[in-house]
Design a protein around this ligand. Sequence first.
Ligand SMILES: Nc1ncnc2c1ncn2[C@@H]1O[C@H](COP(=O)(O)OP(=O)(O)O)[C@@H](O)[C@H]1O
Ligand SMILES: [Mg+2]
Length: 267
Amino acid sequence: MLIALCSAKGAPGVTTSALALALSWPRPVVLAELDPAGGDVLAGYGRGEISAGGLADLELAARRGGPARHLDSQLLRLDSEGRARLLPGLADPASARHVDWDRLAAALAAVEDGAIDVVADCGRLRAEHFPAAVAHRAAAVVLATGSSLRAVRAATRAIAELRERETCPGMLGTLVIGPGEPYGEREIGEALGVPVVGSLPRDQKAAAVLSDGAPAGRLFAQSALLRAARTVATRLVESAAAHESRLMPPPAPVPASVTTVGASRVR
Ligand SMILES: Nc1ncnc2c1ncn2[C@@H]1O[C@H](COP(=O)(O)OP(=O)(O)O)[C@@H](O)[C@H]1O
Ligand SMILES: [Mg+2]
C-alpha cells in the first residue's frame, strides 16, 4: 500500500512525521523521500550519512528500463531489523525536474505487491515538480497540518485544490501536528471536510532526534511522539485498506455449476 504525505505550506513537520510513522509502522515499510526540494533524512536522522544511491540512482536505472528490480539495492535500513527502510531523496533539488514521477510511482506501486508498504514524503503540494503521479496512485493522501488558524486555512485551500485537480482518487485525510494550538482534531476535520487520521503531539526532544539527529535517549521509543505515531500508523493502515477494499470491484460471482458440484459433494 502506498501512502503519500504532503503539506500545504510552511514546514509543519511532514518529514519528521513520515519518519516517526515509518519507524512505528505495523508492517514492513519503505520511507520514500520524494520531496522535490530534496531529501533530509540522511543529513538529519542519519547525522550526515552519505549515500551514493537513492532516488537519483533509481531514476537513472528507470531510464535504462527496470526500476522495480533496482529499488531494493537503493534502500537503507532505518532500524536494526530492516523492517523500516529508506529510499533517500534527492541530494540536489535541481535534479527534481528530471524525475519521471509517473514511472517512479509505478515502481513504488510494484513494491506493494509484497507485504511491503510505502510511505512517501512528497513535500509541499504546490512545489514545482510535486510528485502528483505518486499522490494519484496512492491508497491514501494525507495532508499534514498544524492546528493554528493560519495553518488550518492553508490546509483547507490545499484540500480543495487536491479535490479540484483530482490528484487523489484514493482516500484523502489529514494529520494534525501539534493539536490544540488552538484547534483540535474534530474542529480541523470539520473545517477540512476530510477524516483526521490522527494527531502527533509537539514533542521537541523526540522531533529533534528525527529531524536533526539529536542523540536518542533511552526513552526515545517511549516518547509522546513515537507512542502517538504507533497509533496513527495502525489507524492509517486500517483506514486506507478499508477505503481501498471499498473501491475494489466485488468478487466475481461463483458460476452456478461450480456451486452445485461442491454442494453435491458435501451431501
Ligand atoms: N511533532 C513535532 N514536535 C515538535 N517539533 C516538530 C514536530 N514535527 C516536526 N517538528 C520540527 O519542525 C521542524 C520542521 O520539520 P520537518 O519535518 O523538516 O518539516 P517539513 O518536512 O514539513 O518541512 C523541525 O525542526 C522539526 O524538529
Ligand atoms: Mg520535509
